[in-house]
Design a protein around this ligand. Sequence first.
Ligand code: NAD
Length: 422
Amino acid sequence: MTTTTSRIPGLHRLTPLERLHKVAEIAGLGPEAVAHLANTGNLDAATADAMIENVIGTLNVPLGIATNLIVDGQEVLVPMATEESSVVAAVCNAARQCRNTGGFTTAMSGSLMIAQVQLVGVSNPEFARLRILEHRAEIEALCDETDPVLRAHGGGFRDLEVRVLAGRSGPMVIVHLVVDTRDAMGANAVNSMAEAVAPCLAEWTGGRPYLRILSNLADRRLARARATWALADIGGAEVRDGILAAFEFADLDPYRAATHNKGIMNGVSAVVLATGNDTRAVEAGAHAYAARSGQYRSLTQWEMDADGNLTGTLEMPLAVGLIGGATRSHPTARIALDILGVSSADRLARTIAAVGLAQNFAALKALATTGIQKGHMALHAKNIAVMAGAVGEEIDQVAREMVAQGRVRVDIAERLLKSLRG
Ligand code: NAD
């Protein structure tokens, strides 16, 4: 397959099917690939076309259900969209092991988002800072007029902050509009407010507004989850001490912390994606928050309580919504929200935090005991079997045999497949 040109004028004006044929011609795709892409599954082409640009198909990711979770006393089934094996099983296992102690207790610091306006070319920035703060009432009115629907739902402007940053080419005045976005993630809502306020800021300060956009470091929208794992339920003191040592390693070492937090995000991003929320927004917020001390650290904390049980906590920004973005436009996301049974963005974020904590427990337990590969093997073996060309029942047969032999490799899968087929 060779692409002859990447210049396709007017591609955006075609229908998804027309685009697909055009791209197939240029990229040299065969009829099977075209038929595969033309089948958009349970996200119809027209809906997909309204979501992003230049649509030619859809990409299905498995949707699994995490069981066993009790969040704030309620039993919840959690839909998770991920391509990675073992992620869903890990949550089920971790959640089962803390059912005896009541599951997860969660909370939320609020639903505040920050929009930033950058002003440059202000000759007296400290003077400008105070002038802006004096206009708080006008700024509040401007923000709230921008989104009367948000206001009607109890949201809107909450606070104003102004900072002066020393830029290379002179000082910058940075204005923060702190906005309660209620059940919306809020990016569009607060971006519009920043754009509405910027001309006035320019007038009051003589500065020039450049960027007007939200901050993904949503540190006024922290989701919190905590749980206790009884020693008897996790396999004893050795397991607990292994988990505590693993946590300490992550909290001291950014190389380990990156992988530790990636494990948390395995769970968090899967629920964020399943519910049609913005995975990159949540990920950017999580990692920026993990580095807030100047050193990138663990998003979770693990300790031992007075009775020797293991306790874990997770605190991270979680800007997710029930309205806006793809949460309503993607039909699968709507059903995922129905399964979760959440009626507010706050509840969704809290459930996601519980999932993140569960995921971290499972990963640390596996790492501190049998190692991560053992749990991965069964599904990994299936993937390898498929890579070797196994189809239908052959996949299980080849995978089982590789696991039994303790050797999961594509060359071995090919050999097993050959002998299976005689
Ligand atoms: P949106 O603008 O589609 O919907 C939010 C709006 O819905 C609110 O402004 C309000 O007018 C209305 N609304 C109705 N009922 C509401 C309720 N109960 N609570 C709150 N609002 C209610 O969506 P959004 O949440 O403003 O923006 C999210 C989208 O923005 C996502 O798709 C995200 O990917 C995208 N985005 C993200 C970034 C970023 O993260 N950096 C930047 C730009 C856009």
